[in-house]
Design a protein around this ligand. Structure first.
Ligand SMILES: C[S@@+](CC[C@H](N)C(=O)[O-])C[C@H]1O[C@@H](n2cnc3c(N)ncnc32)[C@H](O)[C@@H]1O
Length: 167
């Protein structure tokens, strides 16, 4: 029991640090901004929607309600367990995967959402440019992608910006 707890604490610490270094820690998109994401995403039933670092899974679960094949990728244990429990208890059809998004090919994606730190944007830009199909929608929360022309900048007063890019 003692060893199990020790391993659990180490695993939580390692995955939390990894997510901080490779992305950003867990800070959720404001619940009232989920509607804005859905508006920009223009999801059609059957479309593939990813949240890169899905936190508690709120965005993919909202997308799944509209009939999307919604996939949340999360590498940190605590938010992953939160998202997975939320999915089970709500009966959501969203998929919550314990994955490093850097290792997932996004070629099937119709919509990619992220709330990540700009420090990794250059690397992320290369990944998206290489993998996304033409017409895929990319939605960034809070920070714009330098060098890409946003199709829409959604910035209500007093709320973080959401940037829509169409590849
Ligand atoms: C700022 S939170 C955003 C959570 C969620 N997308 C939202 O908007 O509510 C960023 C999340 O990305 C996760 N993350 C960071 N790097 C990651 C990686 N390489 N693979 C998967 N998840 C990652 C973090 O653990 C954290 O939960």
């Amino acid at each position: 029991m003692y060893y199990f707890l020790l391993i659990l604490v180490i695993a939580i610490a390692v995955t939390t640090i990894y997510s901080l270094v490779r992305g950003i820690g867990w800070v959720p998109t404001w619940q009232k901004d989920v509607e804005r994401f859905l508006r920009l995403a223009e999801i059609k039933p059957g479309q593939v929607v990813y949240d890169l670092g899905c936190g508690d899974g709120r965005l993919v679960m909202a997308a799944a309600k509209l009939g999307a094949k919604a996939i949340g990728l999360e590498v940190s244990i605590l938010p992953f367990v939160g998202a997975y429990s939320r999915k089970i208890f709500s009966g959501s059809k969203a998929k919550i995967k314990f994955r490093d998004f850097w290792l997932v090919d996004l070629k099937e994606a119709d919509v990619v959402y992220f709330f990540l730190i700009p420090r990794i944007y250059e690397q992320l830009k290369n990944k998206l440019a290489k993998e996304l199909k033409p017409g895929a929608r990319v939605i960034a929360y809070v920070w714009p992608i330098e060098g890409w022309q946003a199709t829409t900048v959604d910035k209500p007063v007093g709320r973080p910006a959401m940037y829509l890019y169409i590849r």
